[in-house]
Design a protein around this ligand. Structure first.
Ligand SMILES: [Zn+2]
Length: 264
């Protein structure tokens, strides 16, 4: 008797597609490094080509291959030997891993199409906020429009939910800024509105909940271990980005659990 083998992970997520998504993620991550280095300084993302900040040598194509070049060069410029930041391979690997996880969780769906746009934007915002304590308008303001248009185009959530998300995300941070007087900034407000546009108001609420819990736990751990003092600001953007990413996958489901919990 022949028994068909049970379906495996490899059947539902063909290895070829996963490898393609990972390579795509590495390439996008490489571009995000350019965004993180240049956007806060107001420099063009396209020109000039990448050079070493130490000796201004133009990088050869084979010194610009995500992760591999960093390893081959042992983290140093080929020409002058200056150290290359670990940020470069980390951003490339994080982007690849996050996009692969999104594909495994969402499959070839409209949700994944949205993830391919939203998750890289959140990684760039995280990198820039960690380095410069600012969330760039150049990402969040177009992001509000792109999030709304993507939902209109794919129909994954209605445009009404997206618009309510924008108003709710921006409005909640407006209230927090009024009450906390300096705890949060306008960058958080615009990121809140952008997340609302992409996620819709239901998943947005879950994302904000995750961000506040993560921020509270990690902030308390920083204080307890003395990594950060009571006076040192901890940027909230990375927590919002993490919450937003999780909300893209679990937000709608978590929201309906909450509603069922409240209603009965
Ligand atoms: Zn150099």
């Amino acid at each position: 008797m022949i028994v068909a083998p049970p379906p495996t992970v490899a059947d539902s997520w063909p290895a070829g597609i996963v490898v393609a998504v990972a390579l795509f993620g590495l390439a996008i991550g490489s571009f995000l490094n350019v965004v993180i280095a240049r956007l806060p300084a107001g420099r063009s993302l396209v020109r000039p080509r990448s050079t070493c900040p130490g000796c201004s040598a133009l990088l050869k194509w084979y010194d610009n291959i995500p992760v591999l070049s960093f390893l081959a060069l042992r983290g140093r410029c080929r020409t002058c030997g200056m150290r290359i930041s670990w940020r470069y391979p980390i951003v490339e690997m994080v982007t690849a891993v996050v996009l692969v996880l999104a594909y495994v969780a969402l499959g070839p769906t409209a949700d994944f199409a949205v993830a391919v746009v939203l998750l890289p934007a959140l990684i760039a915002i995280t990198g820039i906020d960690l380095q410069h304590q600012l969330i760039p308008d150049a990402i969040t303001l177009p992001g509000i429009l792109v999030g709304l248009l993507l939902n209109l185009a794919t129909g994954r959530i209605s445009w009404v939910e997206s618009v309510i998300g924008i108003v709710l995300g921006g409005g909640l941070f407006f209230l927090i800024i009024l009450v906390s007087r300096g705890g949060m900034g306008g960058g958080d407000l615009k990121l809140g509105a952008m997340l609302g546009a992409f996620l819709g108001w239901k998943a947005l609420l879950f994302g904000l909940f995750v961000a506040i819990v993560l921020g509270g736990v990690i902030g308390a751990a920083f204080l307890a271990t003395g990594v950060r003092g009571r006076k040192d600001p901890i940027p909230f953007g990375p927590f919002l980005a993490a919450g937003g990413a999780m909300a893209l996958v679990w937000g709608e489901r978590a929201f309906s659990w909450w509603v069922r919990g409240f209603v009965g």
